[in-house]
Design a protein around this ligand. Structure first.
Ligand SMILES: NC(=O)c1ccc[n+]([C@@H]2O[C@H](COP(=O)([O-])OP(=O)(O)OC[C@H]3O[C@@H](n4cnc5c(N)ncnc54)[C@H](O)[C@@H]3O)[C@@H](O)[C@H]2O)c1
Ligand SMILES: CC(C)[C@H](C(=O)O)[C@@H](O)C(=O)O
Ligand SMILES: [Mg+2]
Length: 345
C-alpha cells in the first residue's frame, strides 16, 4: 500500500504505511511475519498493530502461527518493556464486574517483560520421556541483565506515578523467579524514593480482585504479565478498553491493544475499538513524544463515553448501545469538533 498522510490538527502530521502480519500475512505470503513487514516496522518511528490470531490458523505448526509472527515482531523490534495501563474510568464503574466500591479509582500499570522468559526460552519443543510418553516442554529463563533492564523501566514508571512498585514472581518455587527477586531487590537501592514490595503471582491474581486499589505499578515476567493484565482489564469493565505500549532501548515502539482478534464476535460489528484507539494515543505519547495529540485522542474517548455511547462489552442500562463502527465514528466526530473548537479559540 502506498503511504497515506494524515493531518492531525495539532501540528502533527503522520505518514502511514500498512503492512501484513499474522493470519493475513500467512494467507498472502505463507509466513506470519514477512521480512518486508519487519523491515518497514524497523524503518518507522512507531508501529500500531491490529490484534492477530483466529481459528483458521490455530492448528498450524508453531512457526506458521500468527502468534509466532507477533513474537518475532516484538523480538525483532527488541521491545522488552510492555506497559499495560488498567484504569477504571468513572464513566465505566458500572461496567466492572467488581463491586463499585472495589473498582472505583483503580489505576494500575502492569510493566510486563516482553522479549524473554518462557515465551522465548530454550530448550522447547516436543519429545518422548523414558516411559515412551510424549512430552511438550518450554523453558523459563531470565538473565540478570534482562531482569535489571525491565526493573529499571518499572522503577522509573512508578516514580512518575504514585511511587509504589510491586514485583510479582513465583520465587517460592522457580529459580528464574528467585533470580528475578534478588535482582529487583538489589536495584531498589538506586530508587530509594520507591516503595518496593514483592508478591507471589498466585496471591497477586487473588489480590487483584480482592483489593485492586492496593496496586500502583506492577512489574512481572512475560507470562505472568500476560495473564495478570487480562485479569486487570476486567476490573476496568472490559478487555476492549486496554491499550499497550511496548518499548525498547532504541528504535520504534510497538503499540497494540492487549486483547486478541476476538474471533467469537468477528464480523458482527460488536468489538470495542477503544483499546486500539487508546493504543494510538499511547503511540503518540510514548512513540512520538506528541503529548498534546495523545491527550486529544484520550479526551475524545472520554467525551464519547460521557455522551453515553457504549459497545456491548461495556454497556450498562441507561447508556446507548452502538457497534464497533459507530463507536469509532463517534470518537472521530468528537476529535473533529474539538479540532474546530481549537481553531476558533
Ligand atoms: N496481541 C494480540 O494480537 C493477541 C492478544 C490475545 C490473543 N490473541 C489471539 O486472538 C485469538 C483469540 O484469543 P482469545 O479468545 O483468547 O482472546 P481475545 O482477547 O481475542 O478474546 C477474549 C474474549 O474477550 C472478548 N474481546 C476481546 N477483545 C474485545 C473487544 N475489543 N471488544 C469486545 N470484546 C472483546 C472476545 O470476544 C472474547 O470473548 C487467538 O488466536 C489468540 O492467539 C492475539
Ligand atoms: C497472542 C499472544 C502471543 C499474546 C501474548 O501472549 O503475548 C497475547 O496474549 C498478548 O497478550 O499480547
Ligand atoms: Mg494476552
Amino acid at each position: 500500500m502506498s503511504p497515506v498522510f494524515l493531518s492531525f490538527g495539532t501540528g502533527v502530521e503522520l505518514r502511514f504505511q500498512e503492512k501484513l502480519m499474522g493470519g493475513s500475512a500467512l494467507d498472502a505470503t505463507g509466513v506470519p511475519l514477512p521480512d518486508e513487514t519487519l523491515a518497514a516496522a524497523r524503518d518507522s518511528d512507531a508501529v500500531l498493530l491490529g490484534a492477530i490470531g483466529g481459528y483458521k490458523w490455530d492448528n498450524n505448526e508453531k512457526h506458521l502461527k500468527p502468534e509466532t509472527g507477533l513474537l518475532q515482531l516484538r523480538a525483532g523490534l527488541r521491545v522488552f518493556a510492555n506497559l499495560r495501563p488498567a484504569a477504571v474510568l468513572p464513566q465505566l464503574v458500572d461496567a466492572s464486574t467488581l463491586k463499585k466500591e472495589v473498582a472505583e479509582g483503580v489505576d494500575i500499570m502492569v510493566v510486563r517483560e516482553l522479549t524473554g522468559g518462557i515465551y522465548f526460552g530454550k530448550p522447547r519443543g516436543f519429545g518422548t520421556n523414558d516411559n515412551g510418553d510424549e512430552t511438550g516442554f518450554n523453558t523459563e529463563v531470565y538473565s540478570a541483565s534482562e531482569i535489571d533492564r525491565i526493573a529499571r523501566v518499572a522503577f522509573e514508571v512508578a516514580r512518575k506515578r504514585r511511587g509504589k512498585l510491586c514485583s510479582v514472581d513465583k520465587a517460592n518455587v522457580l529459580e528464574a523467579s528467585m533470580l528475578w527477586r534478588r535482582r529487583v531487590t538489589a536495584l531498589a537501592s538506586e530508587f530509594p524514593d520507591i516503595e518496593l514490595s514483592h508478591m507471589y503471582v498466585d496471591n497477586a491474581a487473588m489480590q487483584l480482585v480482592r483489593n485492586p486499589k492496593q496496586f500502583d505499578t506492577i512489574v512481572t515476567n512475560n507470562i505472568f504479565g500476560d495473564i495478570l493484565s487480562d485479569e486487570a482489564s476486567m476490573i476496568t469493565g472490559s478487555i476492549g478498553m486496554l491499550p499497550s505500549a511496548s518499548v525498547g532501548e532504541s528504535g520504534p515502539g510497538l503499540f497494540e491493544p492487549i486483547h486478541g482478534s476476538a474471533p467469537d464476535i468477528a464480523g458482527q460489528d460488536k468489538a470495542n475499538p477503544l483499546a486500539t484507539i487508546l493504543s494510538a494515543a499511547m503511540l503518540l505519547r510514548y512513540g512520538l513524544g506528541e503529548e498534546n495529540a495523545a491527550k486529544r485522542i484520550e479526551s475524545a474517548v472520554t467525551e464519547t463515553l460521557n455522551q453515553g455511547f457504549r459497545t456491548g462489552d461495556i454497556y450498562s442500562p441507561g447508556t446507548t448501545l452502538v457497534g464497533c463502527k459507530r463507536m469509532g465514528e463517534e470518537v472521530l466526530k468528537t476529535v473533529e469538533s474539538q479540532k474546530a473548537m481549537a481553531a476558533i479559540n
